[in-house]
Design a protein around this ligand. Structure first.
Ligand code: C2E
Ligand code: MG
Ligand code: MG
Ligand code: MG
Length: 277
């Protein structure tokens, strides 16, 4: 009896669990501080065509934490999503990315660069998501036709009625859509025909084991064939080696992103390395 009680007490005050709770609470407080103190940064990772020329970038969020340094999205996006703070931060990301796009548009050497921005399902389902994007485009003067929104298949699971309408409206403005991490979600293939998508982004987990893995090779070939017959473009993410690039290029993959070309960079470094390249 006493032993059982002791066990329960122990389980309740499990120090590891408590540490986790503390760090979550701490992280949440830090995130609120970050919102008010300008601690967000956007990094830009090149996306290149088969000739290795830059066609655009993906904006990737970083958090310049005052004590812990530069943090990657994996460390804070889940908490942002679960607290709905993602809407506020997501609006900042879009605004910052569109301001940058407008700057690039004004200079001939960067005018053709496209900007891909990640959008969480929690952002997309917000009632004012569409007018928010439209207002940001107007305010910044960014060319809508160079903005690409990256969404994931998890959005389809939420079975949002107005998803297609929202996408169609934005597409009417010129905005395009890419389906990120493709092949790792649980969506029905019917969505690929139903939604106004422009690009499939082959998940890096499939690319990682090329060219050795026959099964991953078969999956990537199928994705490329599927995209081709649906009239969708394809980009491979997580391309790290020449062998991966060559395997993909031999199958006429149109676009590439990965450490082989460059990692996500602050804007000054991106421009220094890629403007005029
Ligand atoms: P993602 O959109 O699939 O972005 C690709 C991730 O792969 C990035 O990680 C990028 O740095 C990393 N990566 C790029 N090339 C390579 C490579 O060759 N090898 C490997 N192993 N990794 C590579 P990052 O920046 O840590 O972002 C992680 C995820 O966080 C993103 O995955 C995206 O889902 C999310 N995320 C990033 N920025 C934002 C944002 O502004 N808003 C939202 N909602 N989500 C974001
Ligand atoms: Mg992405
Ligand atoms: Mg991805
Ligand atoms: Mg991802």
């Amino acid at each position: 009896q006493a032993k059982d009680e002791g066990r329960n007490t122990l389980a309740f005050f499990d120090p590891r669990m408590q540490a986790r709770l503390f760090s979550r609470a701490r992280l949440e407080a830090d995130l609120r501080h970050a919102l008010a103190h300008d601690e967000w940064r956007l990094y830009y990772q090149p996306q290149v065509n088969a000739d290795g020329r830059l066609i655009g970038v993906e904006a990737l969020l970083r958090w310049a934490h005052p004590e812990r340094g530069l943090l990657s999205p994996g460390e804070f996006i889940p908490l942002l999503e679960s607290t709905r703070m993602i809407n506020e931060v997501g609006a900042w990301v879009l605004e910052c990315a569109c301001e940058q796009l407008a700057v690039w548009q004004a200079e001939s050497r960067t005018a053709s660069w496209e900007m891909a921005v990640n959008i969480s399902p929690a952002q997309f389902v917000e009632a004012d998501f569409v007018p928010r994007v439209e207002a940001i485009l107007q305010r910044t003067g960014a060319p809508a036709s160079r903005l690409k929104l990256e969404m994931t298949e998890t959005l389809f699971v939420e079975a949002e009625d107005r998803l297609r309408e929202k996408m169609q409206y934005l597409r009417g403005l010129g905005v395009r859509f890419s389906l990120d991490d493709f092949g790792t979600g649980y969506s029905s293939l019917a969505y690929l025909a139903y939604l106004p998508l422009d690009q499939l982004k082959v998940d890096q987990s499939f690319v990682r084991e090329l060219p050795e893995s026959r099964s991953n090779g078969a999956i990537v070939e199928s994705i490329m064939a599927l995209a081709g017959s649906l009239g969708l473009a394809v980009i491979a993410e997580g391309v790290e080696t020449h062998a991966q690039y060559e395997w993909l290029a031999a199958r006429r993959c149109g676009a590439y992103q990965g450490y082989l070309f460059d990692c996500p960079l602050p804007v000054a470094e991106l421009e220094a390395c890629w403007r005029g390249a």
